[in-house]
Design a protein. Structure first.
Length: 202
């Protein structure tokens, strides 16, 4: 099975989400699956918000312990155009809300990596898995199922204190996923209380 695992950051970036995605991806490879990680080409969370120097950017593609890693450029210019220009002109905010609806804040939170969706159309995986619930990549997983008809698994890694955990767009993504993976029993119960069916949570 060809699995595309999407994460905003990946090894050698350091963090809880990165460690989880690395461990899960490498374990799936050991089980005989083909795993391609889609991630951004930056190391730090702060690099998602502002463009780092060129020497800090990570390789576009590499193989790490059997996992094929594809890194994508963050669209800083597009985000700036949307939120620093369109959002400030008369009628701009209303227009953006009409276009993006409940997903507008996800575009603002970033990292915007639209080329991931183009790559999905080329790679045509059997399964798309997204880790972390309050970044733009969650929307990529949603699109993968809605427009490309690719089964979608969502690994939430829920931070219940974070406002995005209660965002209406997140609930829409969770309800659309074929399977939601909860990391803890507490997280599973939290998701059930948010209206996600217990039988759809692993």
């Amino acid at each position: 099975m060809k699995i595309v695992h999407i994460s905003q950051l990946y090894h050698p970036s350091i963090g809880g989400n990165q460690a989880y995605v690395t461990s899960l991806s490498e374990h799936l490879v050991q089980l005989g699956e083909e795993v391609i990680v889609y991630t951004s080409n930056v190391v730090e969370l702060t690099d998602i918000l502002r463009k780092p120097s060129t020497d800090k950017l990570l390789p576009v593609a590499e193989n790490i312990n059997g996992v094929k890693v594809k890194r994508f450029r963050v669209n800083y210019g597009l985000k700036s155009f949307i939120f620093n220009f369109l959002n400030k002109i008369r009628g701009g905010h209303r227009l953006l809300n009409f276009i993006f609806r409940e997903f507008l804040e996800y575009w603002n939170h970033g990292p915007i990596t639209l080329s991931m969706f183009v790559a999905l159309m080329k790679d045509r995986p059997d399964l798309v898995m997204v880790s972390n619930n309050f970044v733009f990549q969650s929307v990529i997983g949603y699109w993968a199922k809605k427009w490309l008809k690719i089964p979608f698994v969502f690994v939430t890694i829920t931070h219940t204190f974070h406002p995005f955990t209660h965002h209406p767009a997140l609930k829409k993504v969770l309800l659309y996923a074929d399977l939601v993976i909860a990391c803890t029993e507490f997280e599973k119960n939290f998701l059930i209380n948010q209206g996600i069916k217990a039988e759809n949570i692993l």
